[in-house]
Design a protein around this ligand. Sequence first.
Ligand SMILES: *Cc1c(COP(=O)(O)O)cnc(C)c1O
Length: 407
Amino acid sequence: MTDSTTLSLASSLESVGETRAIIDLDAYAHNIGVLRASAPEGAAFMAVVKADAYGHGLVECGRTAQSIGCEWLGVARIVEALRLRDAGVDIPILVLGPPVSTELTAAIQCGVTLAAGSWSMVERIREAAKAAGATARVHIKVDVGMRRYGFLPEEISAAVQRLKAMPEIEIDGVFSHFSSADEPGAEPTGAQIALFSAAVAEVREAGIEPRWVHLANSAGIITGRVGPTNMVRSGAATYGLSPSPEVPCDERFQPVMSVRSVVARVSQAPLDCGVSYNCIYRTTADEMLATIPIGYADGLPRPLANQGWFVIGGQRRPIRGRVCMDQTIVGDADDVSEGDEVIIVGSNANGAMSFEDIGPMAATNNYEVATRLMARVPRIYMRNGEPVAVEHLLHDAAVRSVETARA
Ligand SMILES: *Cc1c(COP(=O)(O)O)cnc(C)c1O
């Protein structure tokens, strides 16, 4: 590391303030290793980094995945792929969903692979390839039951014939997606593997040997249901997020993110004192309260009111009353001081709420809670226990405008 990057890292660490997300890139790399070991021998690995890597940071996770030898990255939007290219990531990237974006031509110029799953999308890809003066590499998406995106099994044969005849398009792969792999007993998975196998056979019968054939997501890898493939895709489990309560990430996996803050204020409330908006919590005795600068505008779900807890000094402190936009109050804070470290989300091992705990309390799943952590929360990336990068878009923009004002 050069002096100037050390300096800027140190000054951005200083700017980070109280509430921050700590991303353990070693844990991320470790989880990918666990998943690879569970996948069929020799299968390639696509690290899915869509939605800002499920809140964990698109660029740093993408770079880490590349550095440990992941063959592919998967994203949902073309801008995510372009951001990775801009950050110097040069391994293959697949846009998993319909490529609805004005940046289609740029995507083809940057060698981003696209999912061909409907005629209108194929036409758009073809037009953009002509404009780019380059061939568009595609993976044919088969819809085996989600009804979300992809050619239906009965359309595959015709789709391959037509795609084959298009000089602007190169067929590089075939893939599909499970609807219910996170429910181990559910009937659709076997049927979906059979439909996908038949579709792959039809592609081959049409004289195309797809280089990449892929179906399984995290739940498919963990439960060993991967279908006929030479690649697996995983997002959730790479971050240590369980696909579902029935398909958990076991003890081999490590949580990648922890969200932390610092106690901003401590106060003593008398008996029967209302706390936070609408006073939906009333103290049942004298109680010490602590105010923490995190709220629903940071991504802490509002339904955690009177349900969730934070860990301060190794002890659980229950959330008292409503979660506010920017602040939350916890109780049982007798031994708490202003400035104490707070674990908002972390590992159950140290008593903290995990994303798996928060999901049901907020009537959603762990994936949604993680992806909703807002850009207002700075991300600090760790390797070997040391911070190696900080991402804080708001801060960077603010510094730029201060510098402009001074100039
Ligand atoms: C999001 C996504 C994945 C990753 O799923 P996880 O459950 O997070 O592993 C894989 N494939 C497709 C098509 C997706 O949209």
